[in-house]
Design a protein around this ligand. Structure first.
Ligand code: HEM
Length: 567
């Protein structure tokens, strides 16, 4: 009796099988395998593609290795997602600049969507919609070379305070006048690390909101650092669960998903801080106590600048602070490299002394006469680029360059690290040699035809989403090292067992979207007592530029000013 049914099923088999085979082929095409004309890359496995081979740490180094094997542009598959890595300045120009319209979007991130409402994070928002355009336009005017000129005195004043902070030892209470007590060989521990964070934050806060933080424990800087490190951690590959790869994870109830509770907490902290900062500005505007900050202009004219929603202002300002914070790890790595290569630091210090002398601090105008010092900084950028893979873009439509397809939906990274270590152009790329930038403006070896698209600011990305903060970053990063090497000698502490400086470990870094040296010990020794005196006088003068930004400071901040500045 079953025979007729079985033969009927047998008859149906080809009919059922064909759609099934079609389905399987489609799944295999979509998941795990590269399409025709995609950039080459390491072999894929069915369905999962390169998931297992995807580097978890320092991906830029593995991508560079694959560039040597497969070519200047590679692609990887992680399930259905295509990831493309472009690894030369020419490709950056061809794709991000010439075909920028196809890749102005950032990849969708479920976590960012939960952290920041309605795509208001200027740096990470997916679409380049009207909100993004308004923020982009406003940031370009705020951070243009022209408008930053108004903040030069503030910049010097904050740098001077940072040098003074390096001088004082927060672990020892030093009676005034403390410079007399500041013995020339005092050892600083990791507080210097935080002084750099304070500098970067306080300067950005001054420019954007017209207020400042004298201490790294001042409420704004303390709250910002507390939340921003957690925020950046959530964005780093592999730190949070891969919700974007497996969106089903977003349905896991909060009580079993610690990352969800973290996201909620970060959201709450960010919102509180960023709104509080705008509210401070509003109060000043309403009581006619403005000091000309950028946010005041926005508060007065939000509608005219396309920022109708109240939250635009708070998140816009917040994103600029987040962007500016990336200068801190860059400065930390400059110190790390200075102690790792003391002879190079010494050459910079000697040059600064020749040009600036001992009776005044360096000024912006000195920079053009400090080629070695600038070469030192450029070599730090090259050797340890803070943003080794840039910030990813997303293809919003197919593009073909030299017969290679950049498909719609692909996530594109720029491997800045490889662009700076490519053996075809750099002599001994793994050695720290500032001199290379004296011989060639981009540090490239003699006798090779350089990549024609190489330019000064590759580190800051390209195309329509290029970093709007690069002018501010660049002047800070050139000038602060000039201050530092003028005033101090930085060195690795002596090892009591050997009596020699402890070896410097250049691999102890926090990986991620922005890499950062982990806190390390460093002796910071004033080069001469006279320079400490010059700093003290400069700091007293700097009060003129700092005081107008101190309307809201705490008693603790006031105490600091009274003890160290207004003496
Ligand atoms: C060492 C310092 C800095 C480095 C290396 C750096 C690097 C970058 C990079 C690579 C991008 C992505 C560009 C792209 O998508 O192609 C970016 C975007 C951005 N940066 Fe910076 N940056 C620095 C400092 C700053 C500063 C000081 C600010 C603000 C005051 C800032 C604000 C931003 C913002 C808002 C974006 C997002 C722009 C957009 O998506 O339209 N950055 N930065």
């Amino acid at each position: 009796m079953l025979e007729p049914i079985a033969s009927h099923i047998r008859g149906l088999t080809p009919v059922l099988l064909l759609p099934f085979i079609y389905f399987v082929v489609r799944v295999f095409q979509k998941y795990g395998s590269r399409g025709a004309h995609y950039p080459p890359g390491p072999p894929t496995l069915p369905i999962i593609g390169n998931l297992l081979a995807f580097p978890r740490e320092r991906p830029e180094i593995k991508f560079a290795e694959w560039a040597r094997q497969y070519g200047d542009v590679i692609s990887l598959k992680v399930l259905s997602q295509t990831i493309i890595v472009i690894q030369t300045p020419t490709l950056l120009k061809e794709l991000f600049e010439k075909k920028g319209i196809s890749n102005t979007y950032r990849p969708v991130s479920i976590i960012i969507g939960m952290l920041v409402p309605s795509g208001l994070n200027f740096a990470f928002c997916h679409e380049t919609d009207d909100a993004w355009k308004a923020m982009r336009k406003a940031s370009q005017s705020l951070l243009s070379k022209e408008s930053l000129k108004h903040f030069e005195d503030l910049q010097h004043a904050e740098m001077t305070q940072t040098m003074v902070d390096f001088l004082r030892d927060p672990q020892v209470s030093i009676p005034a006048p403390y410079f007399i007590n500041c013995i020339l060989t005092c050892r600083r521990r990791k507080e210097w690390y935080m002084h750099i964070h304070r500098f970067t934050f306080s300067l950005a806060l001054g420019i954007i909101y017209g207020k400042r933080c004298p201490l790294f424990t001042s409420p704004d800087v303390r709250d910002f650092l507390r939340v921003n490190h957690r925020f950046m951690d959530m964005l780093d590959l592999g730190r949070a669960p891969p919700v974007d790869t497996f969106p089903i994870l977003k349905y896991v109830p909060k009580r079993w998903a610690k990352w969800k509770r973290n996201v909620e907490h970060i959201h709450h902290l960010q919102e509180g801080l960023y709104e509080r900062l705008v509210d401070d500005v509003r109060v000043r505007v309403d009581s006619d106590m403005g000091n000309g900050s950028f946010m005041e202009v926005l508060v007065r004219n939000a509608e005219g600048m396309g920022m109708r929603d109240k939250r635009y202002l708070s998140y816009f300002g917040g994103t600029l602070l987040e962007g500016a914070d990336i200068a801190s790890p860059t400065l930390h790595s400059i110190v790390l490299l200075a102690i790792a290569f003391p002879d190079k630091q010494q050459l910079a210090a000697e040059e600064i002394e020749r040009v600036v002398g001992t009776l005044r601090v360096p000024r912006l105008e000195d920079l053009e006469n400090l080629p070695y010092t600038r070469a030192f900084v450029s070599e730090c950028f090259r050797f340890m680029p803070v943003s080794p893979l840039g910030v990813p873009h997303e293809m919003v439509r197919d593009e073909v360059i030299n017969g290679i397809l950049y498909p719609k939906g692909a996530i594109v990274f720029q491997n800045t690290w490889h662009m700076f270590h490519d053996e075809r152009y750099f002599e001994r790329p793994y050695d720290f040699l500032p001199e290379r930038f004296l011989e060639h403006p981009h540090g490239v070896k003699a006798g090779v035809v350089d990549d024609p698209a190489r330019r000064d600011n590759l580190l800051f990305g390209g195309g329509r989403r290029v970093c709007p903060g690069m002018n501010l970053a660049r002047t800070n990063l050139d000038l602060l090292p000039a201050y530092m090497f003028w005033a101090f000698k930085f060195s690795s502490p002596l090892d009591p067992a050997t009596g020699k400086p402890k070896p410097v470990d250049l691999t102890r870094i926090k990986d991620g979207l922005a890499i950062a040296p982990l806190p390390f010990d460093c002796d910071i020794v004033p080069r001469a007592k006279e320079r400490a005196d010059v700093l003290q006088q400069e700091f007293a003068r700097a009060a003129e530029f700092l005081r107008p930004l101190e309307l809201e400071i705490t008693d603790e901040d006031k105490k600091y000013n009274a003890t160290y500045r207004d003496v």
